[in-house]
Structure formats: C-alpha cells, structure tokens
Ligand binder design. Structure first.
Ligand SMILES: Cc1ncc(COP(=O)(O)O)c(C=O)c1O
Length: 384
C-alpha cells in the first residue's frame, strides 16, 4: 500500500503541553524592553511586576478583592506554598485523576502526613464530584494535563462551603472559564496556556484564603520561599510586585508580551474560542477515523488544551511502542514536536490545543496523524 504524504505541513510544529508554543507573533524582539541588569526592586522592575499582576487580573476577570502574587518555582511552587501554608486547619479531601493531582496527594499524605480523604479516578475518567464534602478543604486540578480530563464547570462547588478550595489551574487558566467565587486558591504557570517561560508561578487568593492565612499557623516549619505572612499578617508586597526573591525580568517581559497578545485576541473569550476551535479540529479527525479515540471518552469532561488520544486498532499489540513510533515519525518529519503521551499516562498522543496554537496548524497536522498511523501499521505487518 502506498501511503500518500500530506501536501500541507503545520507552519509551527510545536504542540507541546508545556512549555507550550509561544504566541504566533512572538520573536526575540518581544523582550527588547526588559529592564535587564537592573534591580527588580527599582521602580522600573516593580512597575513591570505590578503590570503583570494587574493585566492578569483584567484578562482573567479576577475580582478586585482577590490577591494575585508572583511566586517562585512555577505552578508547583504556587500549589505547594498554598498547601503548606493553609492545610491542617480542618479535614482535607484530595481529588486526583492524573499524575499531577496524584503528586499533590503524595505531598499531603506522605509529606504533610495529613489524614486526608483521597478520591482518585483512572486516566480518562473523573472522580464523583457530587460526593465531595466542601466542609473539608478540597485540593483538585481543574484540567488534568496528562489525561486531558477537566471538571465540566464549577457547579459542583457550593457557594456556602466551609472549607477552602485549592485549585491547580495551570493548564486551564486562559483557556477555560474559572468561577472565581468558587475558587479560594488558584495557581498557574506562565509556561502553559500563554506560552510564557517557566519558573514563575501565579498564586491567586480569595478573601477567605487570606483570612485563613492570617488566622492559622501550621504545625510544621515553613521555609522563607513558602512564607506568605509575617507577624500574622499577609505580606502584601508579594501581591503588588515585591516578590519573595529575585524574579527573572526577562520572563516578566515575556509574560507581559503574552498578556498583550491575549488582549489582542479578544482576551479570555478569544482565547477560549481559539482553544475550542483547535480541539474541534481534533474531534473532527477522531470522529472520521475508527482507530483513534479520546482518552476522555465523555465530551463533558474533555479538555480543550491538553488533548489526549489513544489508539484503538486491534492490530496494535504493544500500545506503548506503537504510540512512541508514531510520535517519533511525526517529529522526524518536523510536523509535530513533543506529542507523545506523558510518561506516567496511558500510551497515546497528546496534542496541545491552547490558544497560542494556530487552528490551521492543528488542521494541517491531522492528515499527518493518518500518514504516521498507516506507516506504522504497515511496518507492523511487514515485521509479522
Ligand atoms: C496540572 C499540572 N500541575 C502542575 C504542573 C507542574 O507545573 P510546573 O512545572 O510549571 O511547576 C503541571 C505541568 O505540566 C501540570 O500540568
């Protein structure tokens, strides 16, 4: 069988789920105005950090009484400083349906040694959200990047909850609607949906989270890098651009560029529409081919950023080897970089569909999936 090479290639083959593709208009010139070699505490540095906070607020529609801080160690840093600072005051419920959520369970159960209620679901599925007790503090991931499963919306979180919600939204922010009134702690990293740089985390706190911080002292020690309060009061500077330690002003400049690009796309609405259009291209392809399916079979919980796919052809005996070979073939052709499933996830492909990816590129990639699949099936038949 002759396998025809598709005529069109994606202009940008970057479909990684983090660091994600940079905005299509990005060039290194975007960084020209970075105040390099200057103190981040000089007015020019502080102004840039403050602008990053306030523009984040505007684009994501974060209420004026919520605090937004730039913190060390990317999304992981933001999630861990929240858990270490807030948990232990009341019972805890941990929800996980893929590797990152599972990592937060390990933190809470094995490191903080809290006797938490743990609810987990297999890759492609989600826990029973109706069974969650929000009188407990609840830690969950809005979008599971490694399984392509997200919560459908915030309706499962009651407005009058007693506990706090701590939400890792790193692959959701700027691609999905986040109901701020239901989220007490929200975190993300610049390296995800806006295609920024890693190492800096965003920590967003509701007034109730601040109240907890100011009224509760955990039993365990907190390193300086995690400390959000001083003398029982929130360190306000962290939430106005006076970071705990030194940030990279190059990364800040890069994030400011991405925020401006986001604004040009119509803000959050425009970004959601871009991610939805990208995902729709993949869905069209999946519907037309019976050898591939979404890992998340239920569309209500299917991600529009980290889109995870599985091969379902019965001729495939070693799923992991097959998926790896397909991804390798596509990478060698220069049409798709970094689309192998996450190392702990079921074998398959993961195609990032966040707003920085152009829909034309997703559309151009689809025939290549078919091409690589047929080539690998042919190779299997030949080896048999
Ligand atoms: C859901 C989720 N949480 C946490 C992380 C860790 O993010 P970072 O490396 O930015 O700390 C990732 C990274 O992919 C993620 O997808």
């Amino acid at each position: 069988m002759v396998i025809e090479t598709p005529a069109v290639r994606p202009a940008n083959p970057r479909f990684s789920s983090g660091p994600c593709a940079k905005p299509p208009t990005w060039t290194p010139d975007a960084l020209a105005d970075a105040p390099l070699g200057r103190s981040h505490r000089a007015a020019v540095g502080k102004d840039k950090l403050k602008a990053a906070i306030e523009e984040t607020r505007e684009i994501l529609g974060i209420p004026a009484d919520y605090k937004i801080g730039i913190v060390p160690a990317s999304d992981t840093g933001a999630v861990e400083m929240a858990m270490w600072s807030l948990l232990g005051a009341r019972p805890v419920e941990m929800l996980a349906w893929e590797s990152f959520g599972a990592g937060w369970v390990t933190d809470v159960v094995k490191q903080l040694k809290l006797d938490a209620v743990v609810k987990t679901a297999d890759y492609g599925e989600i826990v029973d959200l109706a069974s969650v007790d929000f009188n407990n503090d609840v830690v969950f991931t809005w979008n599971g990047t490694t399984s392509g499963v997200r919560v459908p919306n915030g309706d499962f979180i009651p407005a009058d909850r007693e506990g706090l919600t701590i939400c890792d939204a790193t692959s959701a922010a700027f691609a999905m609607d986040l109901p701020w009134d239901k989220l007490d702690v929200t975190t993300f990293s610049w390296q995800k949906v806006l295609g920024g740089e890693a190492a800096h985390g965003m920590l967003i706190l509701s007034p109730r989270a601040v109240e907890r911080l100011e009224s509760y002292t955990p039993a365990w020690p907190l390193p300086k890098i995690f400390r959000l309060t001083k003398g029982g009061k929130l360190i306000d500077g962290i939430f106005s651009g006076a970071t705990i330690n030194t940030p990279s002003m190059l990364c800040v400049e890069d994030y400011l560029f991405a925020l401006n690009w986001a604004r040009e796309q119509g803000g959050l609405k425009g970004l959601i529409a871009r991610a939805d259009a990208n995902t729709a291209e993949v869905a069209k392809f999946v519907e037309a081919h019976d050898w591939i399916d979404f890992l998340a079979e239920d569309p209500a919980i299917r991600s529009n950023t980290s889109v995870c796919l599985k091969f379902t052809d019965p001729r495939i005996t070693d799923g992991a080897a097959f998926a790896k070979a397909v991804a390798k073939r596509l990478e060698a052709e220069g049409v798709a970089l970094d689309i192998g499933a996450y190392r702990d996830a079921p074998a398959g492909l993961r195609i990032w569909c966040g707003g920085t990816v152009e829909t034309a590129d997703v559309a151009a990639l689809m025939p290549w999936l078919n091409w690589a699949f047929e080539a690998e099936i042919a190779a299997l038949a030949e080896a048999a």
